[in-house]
Ligand binder design. Structure first.
Ligand SMILES: C[S@@+](CC[C@H](N)C(=O)[O-])C[C@H]1O[C@@H](n2cnc3c(N)ncnc32)[C@H](O)[C@@H]1O
Length: 282
């Protein structure tokens, strides 16, 4: 059997569970081609396009655990379209603790169905502005439909990669992200890009998946685990070092919880974190 970069051709639909339905979505399509397995980007796009397509159905099915069920308040859920909740695949609630202020410009990396953008938009108000970036065209379409159904006017969604953010230097007050950077093979580039686009004194509040110890090689090489935000999860100490070496200051872990505390073997090493850090002023 021909090998690809993951060293396996196991279809992602044969995936074992991972961090839970809410994080990776539970709507992997049944087929994945050799071509799609050729890059992390293609596999991730394949998975999240399937999730976007099934968002309404997932929202209506109470047996499927969504990120909104685990991490969001009832008041937040009440103001979201069902399709935004149905596509939610985060591992935290960054807007819930980011303290976005009226008039601020907020940028969400890997905005998915738009859930955190819509919540941030309410906080920054008419004088503020929210930009969602996602590389999966179907997710972008869903987010735009959700914005139209909400009548939100201060949110824009852009197709783009978080490793090369389509946003000018020094223009953003607050960067948020929810369970996306674990999907990137170039976390150093992502954090350099965050630093570049933040205004002096600006901050990020990011929820992500990390691990206490390095994951087994076969987990890191599994497309299934990558799309679940697990295979690419960094060791927490190295992740925090990367943030510091990028130039951020006042780094604080605002929330930290084991994803699967009772699981056996490497799964118990997974941690949902929410981190805040600042670009130095001046
Ligand atoms: C786990 S989902 C999280 C979506 C959203 N943040 C939420 O909380 O529901 C990951 C999202 O990030 C997008 N994504 C993954 N890697 C990306 C990259 N390198 N650049 C841009 N978007 C990416 C995917 O298309 C998907 O919509």
């Amino acid at each position: 059997m021909e090998k690809n970069l993951f060293g396996t051709l196991t279809p992602i639909s044969e995936a074992a569970d991972c961090c839970g339905d809410s994080c990776c979505g539970d709507d992997a399509s049944t087929e994945i081609t050799h071509e799609q397995l050729d890059s992390v980007t293609a596999v991730v796009q394949h998975q999240y396009a399937a999730l976007a397509t099934n968002a309404a159905e997932r929202a209506a099915d109470s047996s499927r655990v969504k990120a909104t069920d685990k991490f969001y308040t009832q008041a937040q859920r009440d103001v979201l379209p069902d399709e935004a909740a149905g596509a939610s695949a985060g591992c935290g609630n960054p807007v819930g603790i980011a303290d976005a202020r009226p008039g601020e410009t907020v940028l969400d990396l890997g905005s998915g169905g738009g859930i955190d953008c819509f919540l941030a938009a309410r906080e920054v108000g008419d004088g503020g502005y929210v930009i969602g970036i996602d590389m999966t065209p179907k997710m972008l379409e869903l987010a735009q439909q959700n914005a139209a159904s909400l009548g939100t006017e201060n949110v824009v969604f852009k197709l783009g990669h978080i490793e090369s953010i389509p946003q000018p230097d020094d223009t953003v007050d607050l960067v948020i992200s929810n369970c996306v950077i674990a999907l990137s093979e170039q976390k150093d580039r992502v954090y350099s890009e965050i630093f570049r686009i933040l205004k002096s004194g600006g901050r990020f509040v990011i929820s992500d998946m990390v691990t206490e110890v390095p994951l087994p090689a076969d987990v890191q090489a599994s497309p299934t685990e990558w799309v679940a935000c697990v295979g690419g999860a960094a060791v927490m100490s190295e992740y925090l070092e990367l943030i510091e070496s990028t130039g951020f200051t006042d780094i604080e872990v605002l929330k930290e919880a084991r994803t699967n505390p009772d699981a056996a073997y490497w799964k118990s090493s997974l941690i949902d974190i929410t981190i805040r850090a600042y670009k130095p002023a001046g």
